[in-house]
Design a protein around this ligand. Sequence first.
Ligand code: ACM
Ligand code: ZN
Length: 353
Amino acid sequence: PKFPWRGLLLDCCRHFFDKEKVKQYIDLLAYYKMNTLHWHLTEDHGWRIAIDQYPKLTTIGAWRKGEDGQPYGGFYTKADIRALVAYAAERHINIVPEIELPGHSQAAIAAYPHLSCTGEAVEVGTEWGVFKDVYCAGNERTFQFLEAVLLEVMALFPSPYIHIGGDECPKYRWEHCSKCQRRIDDEGLQDAHELQRYFIRRINAFLQKHHRRLIGWDEILEGGLTDSSVVVQSWRGMDGALQAAHQGQCAIASPTSHAYFDYQLDAIDLEKVYQFSPIPVGYSGDLKYILGGECNMWTERVPTDSVLDQRVFPRLLAMSEVLWTAPVVRDYPQFNNLYKNQTPTLAAKKNEK
Ligand code: ACM
Ligand code: ZN
């Protein structure tokens, strides 16, 4: 393959997909020669991974009020996760867990309100969007919590990389929180934006101590995080990948323009994915910094297994082709014929779960 990182992000938080579905996707990824399952496990809308030290993450944080008023959700036990990690490894798929911080954390805060700036009770998120309640950056208990969670996560996942999110963290609570303001003063920071840098750096130091590399969404660049072990996942276009590679950091490309498989086919069709290149336009540096790409399968509007299948396939085949062959002159009609030959295979696999 041209690129060593060929991934699918599967958001199991906005909607929950059971372990059999995840296993089927591991099979499909392997079949189409992808090698990374980026498993989005924590969100405002649900916490999906059992953590022994914090049981309310799954007794409370895994369940939200569903559209019919009944609890909606689910989670993976440690036994489920160990089995899936082993199953994936046998198929040469690395599972990268994503534990979102400091934003996208409302489900954890619903379970443990002391983790937020206000300490007030909140519900696991039910509306789609970005939420203002985030982990308090001024409270040491936040870091105790996150380190304990990450230790349990690292014990389950041998992945050299741990994804910590880092995207879309509103600063409103931090600007109005005395603990966060004290942290800003104590650390000599300018404002709440620099507090995010402090937060990510601290988590990075913890992961490094445990010999893991941090991956974050491109927002992590805003604080000037230039550590060469950090990997940047570019989603707001390709600028994050370009900046990271220029400063000697590895990048994974999954821009909204080509790699957001939650978008409908009329926005990103098969040909558009096929035309993608994970190499940013204008980049002439060492290609070793461009690890590859991912298809990002967010699931706000993907309530069922069959909608998931419709969104991922056949576009995943185009991404696989891109990551095996780019950059080359592309022949879409030829690819289209190749993929049509796969239709019976895909139809058969659909029922294998
Ligand atoms: C993202 O889509 N917020 C990474
Ligand atoms: Zn705070």
